[in-house]
Design a protein around this ligand. Sequence first.
Ligand code: NAP
Length: 392
Amino acid sequence: MSDNNSRRRFLLGAAGLAAAPVVAGVAGCTPGEQTPAGRRTAGSAAGGGATAANAITLAARRRLGSLEVSSVGLGCQTMPGTLYGPVSSRENMITIIRTAVDQGVTLFDTAEVYGPLESERILGEALQPVRDRVVIATKFGFEVDQQTGERGGLDSRPDHIRQAVDGMLQRLRTDRIDLLYQHRVDPAVPIEDVAGAVKELITTGKVRHWGLSEPGVQTIRRAHTVQPLAAIQNQYNLLARDPEEQVLPLCEELGIGFVCWAPLSYGFTTGTINPYTRFAEGDFRASVPQFSRENMTANMAVVQLLQNWGVRKGATPGQLSLAWLQAQKPWIVPIPSATRTAHLLENIGTEDVTFAGDELRDFTTALNAIRIRGERVPAPVLAGTGVEAPRP
Ligand SMILES: NC(=O)c1ccc[n+]([C@@H]2O[C@H](COP(=O)([O-])OP(=O)(O)OC[C@H]3O[C@@H](n4cnc5c(N)ncnc54)[C@H](OP(=O)(O)O)[C@@H]3O)[C@@H](O)[C@H]2O)c1
């Protein structure tokens, strides 16, 4: 399919959804119901959802270690409405998740601290009817009061991990977590102890695969020795390319998959944020150094590049951002979050965006020439990344 056709398919899909309310086809599924492989439309998935009939369905699959997932996942951190400001409604978030399933997305990413606790609850409710068709990824690693959600410091002690997983299983309405990450390395707990605890959980069937988020590279090696890792989840996008230096080569060497968080630079590389954007009260993005007025003005060169290439290839800037990440390695999977259906469908439409011939090289050369200004996260958050766990 030509790039122009692919753009037309996306626009048709988005227009169809705008014209009528979405009725997610999966709402009527029974537990364990399997979807047919290959391309289909939302309307064909479970007899409903005719409104999404023209939208692209995601058929491509990638491997994180031995775990197969859709080539684009759905991040669910923003769904409680506490990170980037309020969302439309909880009900709409459940509909969006179910629409994602209908459209072929199988990887759903959450964490105990998102909400806190509420993102897992929303995901659990949305996916309960289709549990066997999806991969649920969540993260432990902080003290979180299981009743109030009040968050304390890091805690990856084995007893705490076991306790946290029991709470997650309840909120996610399931008997197993497909991909369990340590959210941040705990400088007080040897990674061998963490890996040992997860290994036990895998043996009992409560967990299937595991991963680490933003760890030090030696910690990856040590963890992988005790219990093979399926994935590393780090921030990776056109403005934050740190993993290219050490983490991606190590993943390649060890056969570990890589999941990119904030693959759209918190929405910036979609072209919908600019130096005049006023973030809502409490929106995390107001604290990101790359987004200070001065830094963002300089960083707009990346958006300009994406827009220029978008015209040429018939793709949106956001789709090109995701396609560029996917083009780096076949085992890289971006997990953009979306609290609007049109955004979700646009991101799924990345499936039809590819770099041909010298395009990837040419685009990357142009990207390399842009000097990115500012850190990717605020300094206190940055301090918790790349940490090496203590030795036993
Ligand atoms: N491991 C970690 O430490 C860590 C840290 C942060 C995040 N994460 C994970 O990564 C996921 C994604 O990260 P993120 O949400 O911070 O950043 P992101 O996915 O790069 O950006 C999300 C933002 O982009 C917007 N957006 C998405 N698709 C769009 C489109 N096609 N056009 C225009 N705007 C679009 C969203 O808007 P709408 O909401 O309005 O649709 C939202 O404001 C999270 O949900 C979470 O699961 C992990």
